[in-house]
Write a protein that binds this ligand. Structure first.
Ligand code: PEP
Length: 248
């Protein structure tokens, strides 16, 4: 299975900046045969732009959230059908910033994952503990609870999800989990997937949290780290491509 390196632009970008960033990435890729699958998850208003820039390239695109409703009176929400209209391959669900600032529960995240799959979009399901939870020895319990809700909702489609372990204390902070700390949690998640699907090895388990050009190789060398979900470093073409090149 090829590693997957997915960028999460968060709420960043302009039409002008996106175009030069994506063009720099595509130019860089022309000189480097990628050993990894790649994706960029961008704000919803830019999906049409990314579709036109990336169509036919080695980079897939996706969104950062999806509604848990099919359609209707949900002002401000974006449905899975709408994401499909822009040929999204991926959607991030349960990012810690959604759980924290938008009070998303495990059940809501699970419903979003189920709906995405039902529309042929691969959900990148984020799980991760806060610093307080880690210090209280609750890391395993928290990530297993978060993943269990999704497994319960998607059932026999579990092997089709992507999981991203993102310790909340490492996101956007410059603090990275050590390769050993990350591997330990990834192994727990793999074992949980093994109990739920016959093909746990088919599920990419990404690491996310201040991954950058300097630390990517040692994280990606771990046996259960199958790629990365990259925030800040996905806004710089050279940094993102360096991470891609580390994933072989
Ligand atoms: C993220 O937003 O998913 C993330 C991992 O951010 P950063 O790489 O900036 O820590």
């Amino acid at each position: 299975m090829k590693p997957l390196i997915a960028g999460n632009w968060k709420m960043n970008g302009t039409l002008v900046a996106n175009e030069s960033l994506v063009k720099a990435m595509l130019d860089g890729l022309a000189a480097q045969a990628p050993g990894a699958d790649m994706a960029l998850c961008v704000p919803a208003p830019y999906l049409a732009q990314l579709q036109s820039l990336l169509n036919g390239s080695a980079i897939s695109w996706g969104a950062q959230d999806v509604s848990s409703h099919e359609k209707g009176a949900y002002t401000g929400e974006v449905s899975a059908t709408m994401l499909k209209d822009f040929a999204c391959r991926y959607v991030i669900v349960g990012h810690s910033e959604r759980r924290q600032y938008h009070c998303e529960s495990d059940a809501l995240v699970a419903e979003k994952a189920r709906l995405a799959l039902a529309h042929g979009i691969t959900p990148i399901v984020c799980v991760g503990e806060t610093l307080a939870e880690r210090e209280a020895g609750q890391t395993e319990m928290v990530v297993k609870r978060q993943l269990a809700a999704v497994i319960h909702a998607v059932a026999h489609c579990t092997s089709e999800i992507v999981v991203a372990y993102e310790p909340v204390w490492a996101i956007g902070t410059g603090k990275t989990a050590s390769p050993e700390q990350a591997q330990q949690v990834h192994a727990v998640l793999r074992a949980q997937l093994a109990a739920a699907t016959q093909h746990p090895e088919r599920v990419h388990i990404l690491y996310g949290g201040s991954m950058n050009a300097a630390n990517a190789a040692s994280l990606l060398a771990q046996p259960d780290i199958d790629g990365g979900l990259i925030g800040g470093a996905s806004l710089k073409a050279a940094e993102f491509l360096h991470i891609v090149a580390s994933a072989r």
